[in-house]
Design a protein around this ligand. Structure first.
Ligand code: FAD
Ligand code: SF4
Ligand code: SF4
Length: 423
């Protein structure tokens, strides 16, 4: 039976892999990070149902790891694809983990003893991690990785590991995987809010991004689920969300709507009001785009929970005597309003995952003006590309929410399955 290579193991890639594997197809799931899961693993709750994100995703991650038809290739990137439908040769490079994947049992002794703490990308910078670390609490595979750039070679982890799993030396390894078809599900990166310097991100600690907020809100995140000001550790009495940061912004060459930021801001504003009923919550917006099934009702629920909505985009956040000031015109009344939030959350937009253009070039598929992969047809065939046998799905195609990602993953899986049947 032929194989399918799925590139990118967020919820989209995971769903596509499971659908194919359940139909008896051998799947190679290629993920460049040390764990599968993608962005969904970073989220706290998910709209529109407010289910806990990992309660939905974690069982799927485990199903992937236990499925006899799925091989997971973490720390792995695709460096070239040649061939044609039914006969692709996908060249991959496995980057060093400095830990033997067979020997490590994920006990965490090495993590506890490691003296080095560095910025934790999974916690969006809110927390820290060690130089040897588990990429996330529910990592799959459930093993550690040593960060050679920050390791000071103190030797403590080598001594404590009873399984002799940690490697002083490791090097990239290349391999070729043969496949009938390829599904690209490389997802998105969030907009770098530093580029909108008027909002003071990374210059003033109480201006954070929505992804940092998700990590704070998460009970297994760096603050144990408490929303705290990074400046003084206090719970903020008032929070302002600023929408469309890095979306619908023509001067920044990002004219598109990121589609999900209105909904995740509604979600987080509601979660705040429920958890901290005394906290004032205001959303500054251009338009609220609540387009999906039950989404308008979700918007109404946010209003009924006391979330304030102010239509207007501030030109910036000012910091005066250690406190923040936002001046904004309410475009519904024409009046200027002054807000003094204790925490500002920037609703950052979505952009194509880094290196998407290079991957597209290596597969011979185009990207659209915004940099996301281009479908064969924007209405009639969203998952096929101009290259027969190469499919795209999820946020790699354009910004979208989890239900849409899952639906596209299932569509792409069925198209790849047909290629396998045709041999
Ligand atoms: C703050 C925030 C809150 C959100 N809240 C919600 C919500 O409540 N409900 C909802 O429905 N949606 C929400 N979303 C959107 C949701 O995160 C996405 O719809 C979904 O996670 C996208 O999944 P994906 O698999 O397409 O992409 P990703 O999760 O980005 O996964 C892509 C994977 O591909 C890997 N990858 C990338 N490039 C390569 C490469 N070259 N080689 C190998 N691997 C690669 C990445 O490492 C990653 O693991 C939110 C988004 C944000 C930013
Ligand atoms: S490397 Fe060794 S000590 Fe560290 S988690 Fe793996 S088995 Fe445990
Ligand atoms: S050798 Fe490196 S990874 Fe291991 S404990 Fe020391 S600093 Fe941490």
């Amino acid at each position: 039976m032929h194989s399918v290579v799925v590139i990118g193991a967020g919820v989209t890639g995971i769903q596509a892999a499971l659908d194919l594997a359940d139909h008896g197809v051998r799947v190679h799931l290629v993920e460049r990070e040390p764990s599968i899961g993608g962005h969904m693993a970073q989220l706290d709750k998910t709209f529109p149902t407010n289910d806990c994100s990992m309660c939905i995703l974690s069982p799927k991650m485990l199903d992937v790891s236990r499925h006899e038809n799925i091989s997971i290739h973490t720390c792995t990137e695709v460096i070239g694809i040649d061939g044609e439908v039914g006969r692709f040769r996908v060249k991959v490079r496995k980057n060093p983990r400095y830990v033997d994947e067979e020997l490590c049992n994920g006990c965490g002794d090495c993590v506890r003893i490691c003296p080095v703490e560095v910025y934790n990308r999974f916690d969006a910078g809110v927390g820290v991690r060690k130089a040897i670390y588990k990429p996330q609490p529910q990592a799959v595979p459930d093993i550690v990785i040593r960060d050679n750039d920050h390791c000071i070679e103190c030797g403590l982890c080598y001594d404590i590991c009873g399984r002799d799993a940690i490697r002083r030396e490791d090097s990239p390894k290349e391999a070729v995987i043969e496949a009938a078809s390829v599904i690209i599900t490389t997802g998105y990166d969030v907009f770098d809010a530093v580029k909108k310097d008027q909002f003071q991100y990374l210059r003033y600690p109480d201006v954070i991004t929505s992804l940092e907020f998700e990590r704070m809100m998460n009970a297994s995140g760096p603050t144990g689920g408490e929303i705290r000001r990074l400046s003084d550790g206090k719970a903020p009495a008032s929070v302002v969300f600023i929408q469309c940061v890095g979306s619908r912004d023509i001067p920044l060459s990002r004219p598109y709507c990121s589609g999900i930021c209105c909904m995740y801001a509604l979600k987080n504003a509601m979660l705040l009001r429920e958890k901290y009923p005394e906290t004032g919550v205001t959303i500054l917006y251009m338009d609220i785009r609540a387009y999906g099934k039950g989404y308008e009702e979700y918007f109404e629920r946010a209003k009924s929970l006391g979330v304030e909505f102010l239509r207007g985009m501030p030109s910036g956040v000012q910091v005066l005597d250690g406190s923040m000031l936002i001046r904004v015109e309410n475009t519904e009344t024409g009046k200027m309003v002054e807000l003094r939030p204790e925490l500002v959350v920037l609703s950052v937009g979505l952009e194509p995952a880094r290196d998407s253009r290079a991957l597209a070039a290596s597969c011979g598929i185009p990207v659209s003006e915004s940099g996301f992969y281009q479908s064969l047809h924007d209405k009639l065939d969203m998952v096929a590309t101009i290259a027969p046998g190469i499919y795209i799905a999820g946020t790699a195609v354009s910004p979208r929410d989890i239900p849409d990602c899952v639906a596209q993953a299932q569509a792409a899986a069925m198209r790849a399955f047909l290629d396998v049947l045709r041999g």
